[in-house]
Each structure stands twice: as C-alpha cells, then as structure tokens.
Design a protein around this ligand. Structure first.
Ligand SMILES: C[S@@+](CC[C@H](N)C(=O)[O-])C[C@H]1O[C@@H](n2cnc3c(N)ncnc32)[C@H](O)[C@@H]1O
Length: 376
C-alpha cells in the first residue's frame, strides 16, 4: 500500500530514517510528511514502534477533482463502501490542502461527508453518525491543483499520545517531537543524559524508550482495527513481538540519566510519568534548581527546552535564567554537549555561547531552533 506519515516540520529526514529502520519501503521525505510503501504487517508495526509520526495514512484512491461535483463522484467510487462503511460505524473527515475550486476545508469535508451518507442511504436507508472525537473510521482527503487523494487514517488519535503521560508540567513537548529532537542529537546510550529543566520528563523518557527499542504504541488502540480488511492474526503477531521486546528491554545497561525540576509538583509529575513508562530504575528526578545539580563525572549530553517568552524585551527574568544556565554549563560541563530548544533568539544569546549547529523545528507552530553547543 502507499502511505503517508504526518510528522512535525523539521523532522522529515529523521522520520524517514526511522520508517526505513522499521521496514518501510520507497521512503521519501516531503514537507511535514513522509511518503512510503508498506504491507499490512509493516503498517501495523509502524503504529506500534514509530516514535516520530503524528499519524499514519493509508492512501486508498486518487482521482481528478475540479470542483464539488467531481469530488462527490470521486468519493462515491473511491472504495467498496458497502464493505468499508456500514451505517453502524461513526466517521470523521479531515481535509488538508486546497484547489482553486475547493478553497474551504470545512466545505470540502462536508462535501465528502454528504457523498458518503447519501450513498449509505441508497444502500441501507440509514447513515453513519459523525463523531469528531473518537470515530470508528477517520478519512483524510488531501487536495491539490491536480486532484484529490483519499486516505484512511490508521491511527485514530494522534500517535504522540503514548499513554504514559497522564501528568503534564508547564508547556510540555509533544512526545513525538521530543523523540525526534533526541534522534537528531545522536545520543547512543553510552554517555550520561541530563535535562536540567525537565518539566514532565518527556525528553528523557523518549530518549530511553528509543534507546531500548520499546514500542510506544502497545498500550493503545488504533483506527485500523475497525477496517474491513483488518487482519487480527497479523496484528496479534506484531503486538506480541512488541510486548516481548518491551518486557525484555530492562536488560540493557545505561549510564546515569537525570532530570532536574525546581517545582515540586512538576517534579512529582515527571516521577509519575517515568513510573507509568516503567523507567523508574533508569531515570532519576531531582527536585531542585539546576544551580544545585551535580553532573556525573563522565561527560555526556545535556538536553533541555527552557521556557521562552514570545515578546522580545519583556522577558527580563528569562534572560537571567538563560544567563545563569549558560554560566552553570560553562563552569560545570566541560567536555559535554548541550542541546537546547529555543523559540526566541534574544534569549538564547543570553547563554553567552555560540551554537555549533542549528536545526529549524516547528514546536506546535512556533518557529524554533534545536541548538547544539560543544562545551570546552
Ligand atoms: C518548558 S518547561 C520544560 C518542558 C519539558 N521539556 C516537558 O516536555 O515537559 C521548562 C521547565 O523548567 C523548569 N524550570 C525553570 N527554571 C528552573 C530552574 N532554575 N531550575 C530547574 N527547573 C527550572 C520549569 O518549572 C518548567 O517545568
């Protein structure tokens, strides 16, 4: 099948590498997405193991579409709907892109919905309910000037929700973004990893999970389990393999992994998340100001996303925080490397250090940089 992984902007190449490693074929990075080919087993496996995508879409039809009428007809003949969409199943339609004739996503989605429920009424004299939150089937229509592509969203809810993070601190990173940032660092599990402003612990949990090869998707369900051609035997096989890997993973040895958080409630949340992820023997959380953090002797990686205000000039306290972080690192982290996610260049210059590399990353629509510093 042809498929698309929807990924955070800036992580397209890393996401492509991840998909290749998990067995996807014909992988091509696009903008905010990656095109690939997979058989059903691989598609299921990607839902269990891939850490970077928001969602995985299976393309089922592409057709010429020059306006509402051809969209309506194209949708009705896109699939054998008698098999795929019984009125007892709820659905939702998502739309991306546009064309000259179809400029409003909401109108386009309504047109897709009308095509489907009209067809259902003709067949069954009944129709599906629309469920925007937890539908049985989720359709994705992508429009461009040359036509339309209809896909089935296999994920249901976004894949960044792993199920370990009931508790969230201030401005938490999405889990898939955190996983992608860690992949860029190249941390290989051989040297210590420290997040001095760890919030709910997302960067550390994702780093350790990826290093151990844990399957983040084993605790949740997916939309593809409702599909007409869902294969429970293949799915059980992939899921069992993922469970076995997750259960045997604790044997891997890791150096010190430390998170530091000054707010007691948030530090407790980080601890709860780490326990929910089953990593309490590996990641240690200290409830203190990072000034009081004692780094391990062996140099390693410091990763963090300190708070960043959006309006330059009003962030006096944040400028002080960045200056103090820079001073702490220069004094205590000789031989380490620092990776810092920043959305405000004014603030990162308060660190008083020069970045060796900068990766543009979109964090929920905010244009950020993932900055690497070598500490001498
Ligand atoms: C943007 S949040 C980090 C979010 C985190 N990456 C996550 O995914 O949850 C920044 C965190 O730094 C903490 N913080 C701010 N100043 C600190 C300091 N001096 N020492 C330790 N933690 C601090 C804040 O309480 C906040 O939880």
């Amino acid at each position: 099948m042809l498929a698309i992984a929807v990924v955070p902007q800036g992580l397209e190449v890393e996401a492509s590498n991840e998909l290749v490693a998990l067995g996807a074929q014909g992988v091509r990075p696009l903008r905010r997405s990656v095109a690939f080919e997979a058989d059903l087993s691989c598609f299921y496996r990607l839902h269990l193991f891939a850490r970077l995508p928001f969602r995985l879409l299976r393309q089922v039809a592409s057709f010429q579409c020059d306006g509402p009428k051809s969209l309506y007809r194209g949708i009705q003949s896109a699939l054998d709907w008698e098999r795929w969409l019984h009125p007892s199943m709820s659905f939702r339609v998502d739309v991306s892109g546009h064309s000259d004739a179809l400029t409003h996503s909401h109108f386009t989605a309504l047109q897709v919905k009308n095509a489907l429920v009209d067809l259902q009424r003709n067949i069954w004299s009944d129709r599906s309910h629309i469920d925007l939150k937890k539908p049985d089937m989720c359709f994705h229509l992508h429009l461009n000037q040359s036509g339309a592509v209809l896909s089935l969203d296999g994920s249901g809810g976004s894949l960044h929700r792993r199920g370990y993070r009931a508790a969230m601190g201030l401005a938490p990173l999405k889990e898939n973004l955190a996983a992608g940032l860690i992949r860029i660092t190249g941390w290989d599990g051989k040297v210590p990893l420290v997040d001095p402003l760890c919030g709910s612990g997302t960067l550390l949990i994702e780093a350790v999970g990826a290093f151990m090869g844990l399957a983040p998707g084993v605790r949740r369900s997916f939309s593809f389990e409702n599909w007409y051609d869902f294969d429970p035997v293949l799915w059980d096989k992939e899921k069992q393999r993922a469970n076995t890997i997750n259960q045997s993973s604790n044997r891997k040895k890791l150096p010190l992994i430390i998170g530091c958080e000054q707010k007691i409630n948030i530090a407790k949340q980080a601890q709860a998340n780490i326990e929910a992820a089953g990593l309490q023997n590996i990641i240690k959380i200290k409830n203190s100001n990072f000034h009081d953090l004692v780094l391990p002797n062996q140099p390693g990686f410091i990763v963090c996303n300190p708070p960043y205000g959006k309006r330059i000039g009003v962030d006096q306290n944040l400028q002080l925080l960045y200056k103090e972080l820079g001073d702490f690192i220069k004094k205590n982290a000789s031989g380490w490397q620092l990776w810092l996610l920043n959305g405000n260049q004014e603030l990162s210059s308060s660190l008083g250090m020069k970045a060796a590399r900068r990766y543009p990353i979109s964090n929920g629509g905010i244009d950020c940089r993932w900055l690497q510093y070598q500490i001498y």
